[in-house]
Design a protein around this ligand. Structure first.
Ligand SMILES: *Cc1c(COP(=O)(O)O)cnc(C)c1O
Length: 377
């Protein structure tokens, strides 16, 4: 029996969202499913497996460790590391056929030389597939668009490297500033046409994350959705163009119920005072599980299909709710912190608004110790 606080992952909703995205983009565009950060807190193995069963053939992760985890789980398709790798990780990415993002000549050269040294016979030496990242404005890692062509031509000449993909990432990834997106696309296109004029044709080109897929009619031949797969829009300003179902629910069970008299207070700092005879239930979940402290005296939860409010401040391991107006509640009853119960739903987007956060941070912030229960198993 797992602890009475858990996350439920609706894998059918995940498949539904994937299909909604597929319908939007049409057949000519492939999907690189972004499963970094433990699939945004949903659990990288089960999520990737289901996506693979649904036909996804490329995955995006942030770290080599996550890529290796996927290989160990039996994912044999392309795994692209969206972050940078260090020279001492070359060994691992070659061993597990993991596709790195190349952000300079040296790392590509390092991979090529490693393969040359590891295999004495030329027949055994395979070209390692890589994607090139172009910096069109993010300013972090990536080969700067201006002057990129020279670097990429050199990389292309390396004996054991095959450039499979080229991509860039938008600074306005929530789609709030489409002017900068267009500027970045122009720079990116400039690099691609310059390469093509040198007879370098890179098969997979990708720029769009979830929000931009919705706002930008001009797609390259692959996209990188993350948050939309998990059933959310990155911000409230995006057009709700596709039907998305929230994949993650957060649930717990009432562990105590007690009555308070008018004037009694609840939790640290006595920020909640009972204005009448009040019934308070204790939930075994707190900010250490990712139920944010900003929800103190503010959050809504579902009990018996009705809304109850958080009473007092959220503690590290406990949260109190006011159930005075909800009849027939018992210890052991299920409480939904986000997700659906009866005909009501508490969206992760609403939690993000209430905590002045973004949906990404809410789902990634759910504690690693909170068990993930998959439906269907
Ligand atoms: C995280 C990430 C994505 C996915 O972004 P969403 O907004 O979740 O769709 C796409 N591309 C890169 C490079 C990323 O780091």
């Amino acid at each position: 029996m797992h602890r009475p606080t858990w996350v439920e992952i609706d894998l059918d909703a995940l498949a539904h969202n994937l299909n909604s995205i597929k319908n939007k983009i049409g057949k000519g565009t492939s999907i690189i499913a972004v499963v970094k950060a433990n699939a945004y807190g949903h659990g990288i193995e089960k999520v990737s497996k289901r996506l693979e069963d649904e036909g996804v053939s490329m995955f995006g992760v942030a770290t080599v460790e996550d890529a290796v985890k996927l290989r160990a789980y039996g994912i044999n398709n392309t795994i692209l590391i969206l972050g940078c790798i260090l020279p001492n990780q070359i060994d691992t990415i070659v061993k597990y056929s993991i596709t790195p993002t190349i952000v300079n000549y040296q790392i590509a050269k390092g991979i090529s030389s490693h393969i040359l040294q590891s295999y004495s016979s030329a027949d055994l030496r395979k070209k390692h597939r890589v994607h090139i990242k172009i910096d069109t404005g993010m300013g972090g890692f990536g080969i700067k668009a201006t002057g990129a062509v020279e670097t990429i031509r050199k990389i292309n000449e390396l004996e054991n490297i095959s450039i499979d993909g080229i991509f860039t990432h938008f600074t306005s990834s929530d789609g709030s500033d489409m002017d900068t997106v267009k500027e970045q696309i122009t720079l990116f296109n400039g690099v691609i046409s310059a390469l093509e004029s040198h007879n370098i044709f890179i098969p997979i080109k990708h720029t769009d994350n979830s929000s931009i897929i919705l706002k930008n009619p001009l797609l390259f031949n692959a996209i990188r959705p993350g948050i939309s797969l998990y059933g959310m829009y990155a911000s409230q300003y995006l057009p709700r163009l596709i039907d998305l179902k929230q994949v993650m629910s957060l649930k717990t069970k009432i562990v105590n119920i007690k009555g308070l008299r008018k004037g009694d207070t609840v939790s640290y700092g006595r920020t909640y005072t009972a204005q009448r005879e009040t019934v308070i239930a204790t939930l075994p979940i707190g900010y250490s599980d990712g139920y944010k402290r900003q929800l103190s005296n503010k959050g809504n939860v579902l009990v018996n299909g009705k809304i109850a409010k958080v009473a007092g401040v959220v503690r590290m391991d406990f949260t109190y709710i006011d159930i005075t107006d909800i009849p027939g509640v018992n210890v052991g009853d299920e409480v939904v912190l986000f997700g659906s119960q009866g005909d009501k739903t508490i969206s992760i987007e609403s939690i993000a608004r209430e905590t002045e956060s973004i949906p990404y941070e809410i789902i990634c912030g759910i504690g690693k110790d909170v068990p993930r229960i998959y439906k269907p198993e």
